[in-house]
Write a protein that binds this ligand. Structure first.
Ligand SMILES: *Cc1c(COP(=O)(O)O)cnc(C)c1O
Length: 427
């Protein structure tokens, strides 16, 4: 095929960027990836993301566009919408949000006026910035009231949610989280929202894959709006998604475009369609179950080694480990683990006495390892490695000796060798 002048493959065109991309491929292949918001998208999803659809402008919605040349983009976006509706049993889907945060802002733009009161789970208790945290636009343009978790068992305090809802009469209540290891009782949230006349929005950014796979309670029947990312447990491209009741469809669509965004990212829309298609297959239910099984198995193996788990365990894809008794912070532990090719993040625990930048907890998620095919049998090994690194670092004030680091890195490579990473292959 003749090519346009200077239209070279990345490696020939820009060796500097090509080298960095290849290095990241290697890093992801050779690392035990436990960051709870991350995953491996499939080769098909990566391919769609790298397609010519990135070249096309498509402001508007299928059959209501501001540009011509839509004979491919329209059916493509309709396909993504239909698959999203089918996957989640939703009345309406908007697949254009650039990511999870804009999906949440669009929800507020659709259903609230600036200055209205909103109620959400606070960031230090496991909530997300966009549920009204003070530095977020959602906490600046809206009057945000925040609920938390109980002091004794660190579970969401529905009595507090009800009390705050009765006192502040929010226009909208958020449920959903980024660091909470238990399932959510959407019916109970809906009863509170109904009582005070508030809209209920669930943000399932983290748990969308578990909901789609039928291993987490379903928010759709209980909520006015459900927002999500597509790149966490759902295993799709980086992006956002909004599902809603028919009565809110017009307001949601208008809030996304022209309210908040310009042209949709069609290459990402294509990749979302691919990911929804993958999640509609029976094998995805097995994947979602395996994610939860792995999280439980890793939690059990860590607890057996003396680690404290927030809420005592997990019902979803993530664990929050309270490292107070080890003598090192979550951030120090995460840095030591990273040196040894085990990737996680320091995370605040409920009522954390330490600062958010250097918190007491370590958040571990199992979506990515499960995508490689690791199972409960491997989780003992993963727990052993984590425990060895944390004990080594704790004895050295956070330091990691080079010889120890190299030994663990070799063991990590050996553990991962039989499990090719989707889209990337084997170490
Ligand atoms: C990750 C996350 C988001 C934000 O998604 P981005 O794609 O990073 O903007 C929103 N809400 C929750 C609960 C999340 O965990």
């Amino acid at each position: 095929m003749p090519t346009a002048p200077d239209d070279l493959p990345l490696a020939d065109k820009d060796s500097e960027v090509a080298r960095l991309v290849a290095a990241e491929d290697t890093r992801q292949r050779e690392t035990i990836r436990l960051i709870a918001s991350e995953n491996y998208a499939s080769r098909a999803v990566l391919e769609a993301t790298g397609s010519s659809l990135t070249n096309k402008y498509a402001e508007g919605y299928p059959r209501k566009r501001y540009y011509e040349g839509m004979e491919v983009i329209d059916p493509l976006e309709e396909l993504a919408i239909e698959r999203a509706k089918q996957l989640f049993g939703a009345e309406h889907a908007n697949v254009q949000p650039y990511s999870g945060s804009p999906a949440n802002l669009a929800t507020l733009l659709a259903l609230c006026e600036p200055g209205d009161t909103i109620l959400g789970l606070s960031l230090p208790a496991g909530g997300h910035l966009t549920h009204g945290w003070k530095v977020s636009a959602t906490g600046i343009y809206y009057k945000a009231v925040q609920y938390g978790v109980r002091r004794d068992d660190h579970r969401i305090d529905l009595d507090q949610v009800r009390d705050l809802a009765r006192e502040h009469r929010p226009k909208l209540i958020w449920c959903g989280h980024s660091a909470y290891p238990r399932t959510l009782d959407f019916a109970a949230f809906a009863a509170i929202a109904r009582e005070v006349g508030a809209y209920l929005a669930a943000d399932i950014a983290h748990i969308a894959g578990l909901v789609a796979g039928g291993v987490h309670p379903d928010p759709v029947p209980h909520c006015d709006v459900v927002t999500s990312t597509t790149h966490k447990t759902l295993r799709g491209p980086r992006g956002g998604l909004i599902l809603c009741r028919k009565e809110h469809a017009r307001a949601i669509d208008r809030a996304v475009f022209p309210g908040l965004q310009g042209g949709p990212h069609n290459h990402v829309t294509a990749a979302k369609a691919v990911a929804f298609g993958e999640a509609l297959r029976p094998s995805f239910r097995a994947y979602a179950q395996a994610v939860v099984d792995n999280a439980r198995a890793l939690g059990k193996a860590l607890a057996e080694r003396g680690y404290d788990l927030v809420t005592g365990g997990t019902d979803n894809h993530l664990l929050l480990v309270d490292l107070t008794s080890t003598g090192i912070s979550g951030r120090t532990a995460a840095k030591a683990l990273d040196a040894c090719a085990i990737e996680a993040n320091g995370n605040a625990i409920p009522f954390d006495p330490r600062k958010p930048f250097d918190p007491s907890g370590l958040r571990l998620g199992l979506a990515a390892l499960t995508s490689r095919g690791l199972g409960t049998g491997e989780m003992t090994r993963v727990a052993q490695l984590i425990d060895r690194v944390i004990r080594h670092a704790a004895e050295r004030d956070g330091g990691v000796e080079p010889a120890f680091r190299d030994t663990v890195r070799a063991e990590v490579r050996e553990l991962l060798a039989p499990f090719p990473a989707p889209g990337l292959g084997t170490p």
